[in-house]
Design a protein around this ligand. Structure first.
Ligand code: HEC
Length: 171
């Protein structure tokens, strides 16, 4: 009787210890972070936190809000990156749609794209219906340096939002 009690006490201590370690790990990684999911099936999407390497990208990782929306310099750079990565070929020079759909809203094929977090996930990891992943290390898996960084992607999204009245930061 005493032995089983001891054993369950040890088991309890181990569990408590594990929970404490996990908490410490999360805090070491920089505290609060939003959780990404894929647009394909909503499963968890891991993106290395160290890729979020600018103040704006760090802010986005914490809050899901895109600080570049409404920022003229960021919007200009976003437009350039949109051309550089050939988004124009499928979505048109002004993102009004070509082979791919228009990206200017307010309606989207994937309703989550009305939010900046949702659109980030869609562009980073792609869709099932003809849009490949564009995130860093995903676009061309044989070339890990290739692909869009989180900071560049936030600027692209800021440019896309500049076409409509919604900021994507509303909710
Ligand atoms: C090869 C053609 C192609 C290229 C290049 C491409 N896309 Fe797409 N994109 C598509 C297609 C096709 C869809 C529709 C996918 C679907 O229905 O699943 C799409 C969907 C999207 C959506 C979702 C739109 C919605 O209504 O929900 C976003 C956002 C998007 N693309 C952004 C981009 C960005 C940014 C780039 C450049 C980095 C890019 N795309 C490059 C073909 C392309």
């Amino acid at each position: 009787m005493k032995k089983t009690l001891n054993l369950s006490l040890i088991a309890l201590l181990v569990v408590v210890g594990l929970i404490a370690c996990k908490k410490e790990g999360a805090a070491a990684a920089g505290g609060e972070m939003i959780k990404f999911v894929t647009t394909q099936d909503g499963s968890p999407l891991e993106i290395k936190p160290e890729l979020f390497d600018t103040p704006a990208a760090k802010e986005f990782l914490k809050t899901g809000k895109n600080p570049y929306v409404g920022n003229d310099d960021a919007i200009k750079q976003g437009k350039k990156t949109f051309q550089l990565y050939s988004c124009t070929q499928c979505h048109g020079a002004d993102a009004g749609g070509q082979v791919g759909p228009a990206l200017t809203g307010p309606d989207f094929r994937y309703p989550k794209d009305a939010t900046n977090k949702g659109m980030f996930e869609t562009i980073w990891h792609g869709t099932n219906g003809g849009m490949g992943a564009k995130g860093k290390g995903l676009m061309d898996p044989t070339d890990p340096a290739n692909g869009i960084t989180p900071d560049e992607l936030l600027k692209i999204i800021a440019w896309l939002r500049s076409h409509g009245s919604a900021t994507g930061n509303e909710s």
